[in-house]
Design a protein around this ligand. Structure first.
Ligand code: SF4
Length: 275
């Protein structure tokens, strides 16, 4: 039983690695994966998950779709499949949101914290929800955690004005509790509107809550952190890492967070070179 679980775990890791590699290759302009004995040995005819990953003459998009589908199938924790976000401008998204009262968080908020930053950002950060300072000012990540996020952004040679910052929910949950499922469900369509408008190539999810809601998983942050994941069918890579507020509570995790951010920096630079 234990060895079966270990095989499943390895299989899951292998699939995640393949997704990351296919995404990377696709971003670098690779048009197809050539068929051949080596590829067949890796993917073909082995049965199980391997058979679901097609290699012959399919386009990268189809390969990616198949891979994502099989990963979703493998993950028991998968909740909801991510759909292609609607295409609208940020201004249209703000207008659509209006004076939103679609969930109970509207009862206690002072301000809707829509998001802030570069509307054409390549890199976007997504946290779970506004805190007290953000609720007061209507701007995301302005408290102590926000200051640390600024340092993290500067550490990868960017400025806050280069990136876009948003949250899963746009109104402060009372006592900074996690957003409840109905609140997140009501608000995520607006995050998807933002993502559709900005079209970031990389999204860094900050903490388990943001990661779970955006990737549609129930797994721990540790099980997905530190590597890129596709965002549904989109050409956007998601890197889950620690929330800055967690890093303030446990500075020993800063090293791992920095490892994640170095990967983000490298991918960002590669994508920029390819523009
Ligand atoms: S959290 Fe989102 S859905 Fe809920 S009231 Fe605020 S803006 Fe509307």
């Amino acid at each position: 039983m234990a060895s079966e679980m270990s095989i499943e775990k390895k299989k899951g890791k292998l699939i995640n690695d393949i997704i990351s590699t296919l995404n990377y290759l696709k971003q670098r302009g690779v048009e197809y994966i050539p068929d051949g004995p080596g590829v067949r040995a890796l993917f073909g005819g082995g049965g199980g998950v391997a058979d679901e990953i097609r290699v012959a003459s399919e386009s990268p998009k189809e390969i990616l779709k198949s891979t994502v589908k099989s990963t979703a199938h493998e993950k028991e924790e998968q909740q909801t499949p991510m759909v292609e976000p609607p295409k609208m401008t940020l201004e249209e998204a703000i207008k659509k949101l209006g004076d939103c009262k679609r969930c109970k968080l509207s009862n206690s908020r002072k301000n809707i914290v829509f998001g802030a930053g570069n509307p054409n950002a390549t890199l976007m950060f997504v946290g779970e929800g506004p805190g007290r300072d953000e609720d007061e000012q209507g701007i995301p990540f302005v408290g102590r955690a926000g200051k640390l996020l600024d340092k993290i952004i500067e550490a990868i040679d960017l400025k806050r004005s280069d990136v876009y910052i948003a949250n899963i929910v746009k109104c402060r949950p009372p006592q900074n509790r996690n957003p409840e499922p109905d609140e997140a469900s009501a608000c995520i369509p607006f995050l998807m509107d933002q993502i559709g408008a900005i079209k970031p190539k990389i999204i860094v999810t900050l903490g388990a809550v943001a990661t779970q809601h955006l990737l549609g998983t129930k797994g721990s942050l540790g099980s997905v952190r530190g590597r890129f994941h596709p965002l549904g069918q989109m050409e956007t890579l998601v890197m889950p890492t620690f929330h800055p507020a967690y890093l303030l509570r446990d500075p020993s995790k800063k090293r791992e967070a920095w490892d994640d951010m170095k990967k983000v920096r490298d991918m960002y630079n590669q994508l920029k070179e390819g523009d």
